[in-house]
Design a binder for this molecule. Sequence first.
Ligand code: AMP
Length: 303
Amino acid sequence: MDILVVGSVAFDSVETPFGKAEEVLGGSATYFSTSASFFSDVALVAVVGDDFPEEHKKMLEARNIDIRGLQTVPGGKTFRWKGRYEYDLNQAHTLDTQLNVFSDFNPTIPEDYRDIPYVFLANIDPELQMEVLEQVKNPKLVACDTMNFWIEGKPEALKKIFGKTELVIINDSEAREFAGNANLVKAAAKILACGPKTLIVKQGEYGALMFSGSSVFSAPAYPLEDIFDPTGAGDCFAGGVMGYLAKTGDTSEANIRRAIIVGSVMASFNVEAFSLNRLKALTVEEISLRYGEFRQLTHFEDL
Ligand code: AMP
C-alpha cells in the first residue's frame, strides 16, 4: 500500500448555476482516494453510518481502494454537507454541515496501515488529524488539507498540524483566513513559518501556486467550457499530487511541480460532472492526453 488517507466520506447536496444533486456520494477522503487510485494503491480510513449504501463501497473497491479502515457505525448517520455555488464557482457557500458519525469518531489506523509511506490528512477535524499522526510510523511524506470550518473552529489545533506536515495543500481563501493576511505571498510565508516545507495554494479556476523556501511555481487551471460542479476539485487535486508522488517515490521540488500538473488534470476532469461521476468513467489515456494539453497551455519561447 502506498498512500493512507483519513478524511470524510459523505452525502453531499449541492446546487450550482448548472444544476443540483441531492445526497450524492462525496467527502474529502472519497474524492481524494478515487483520484489517487489512478496512480497508486490507497488505503482509506473514515467512518459512515449504516445508511451508507453497499453500492458506494463497491465503487471504491472497484478502484482497488482498500476500505478495511472504513468503519460503519450501527444505527449511525453518515456525515452530510450541503453547499451552494454562484456564478463565481471559486467560492463554496456551506449551507449545512451535519457531522453525525464524525462527532464520536476516533480514527483507528489498522496495524498493517501504520507504516504506509505517504499519508494524506484530508479535510476533517484537526484533532482527528493529530490522532492519525500519533499512530503512523516514520512516513516518508505527510500532507494535509483543511477548510474554513476548522480554521474558524479550531485554529490552534490546525497550527499544530501544519507544524507536523511537510506539505500543506489549501485554497487561497483558507490561506488568507488562516494567516489573517489578504496578501497571498505574505500569507504563504506565515503558513510556512508554522513548519511545512512546501505550501500549495489552490486557486480554483485560476490554478495553483506552490511556495517552497524562496521558490514559487505557478500552474494554470485547464480552461474548460463545461463546468458543472466544483465540489471535490481540491481533493481530486490533492489525490493527483499524492498519487503521482507516491508512484514515482520522488519528493524533489521538480517532481512536486509535475505532481501539481497531474493534480490539476484530475481536478479539471472532476468538475465536468456532479459527484464522482466523471472520475468513474475516466481513463488513463484521457489523463495523459490532458497532461500534454497542460504543457501546451504554458509553453512559450525565449525572447
Ligand atoms: P472540496 O470541494 O475539494 O474542498 O471538498 C468538498 C468535500 O468536502 C465535500 O464532498 C464535503 O463532503 C466535504 N466536506 C465539507 N465540509 C467538511 C468538513 N467540515 N469536514 C470534512 N469534510 C467536509
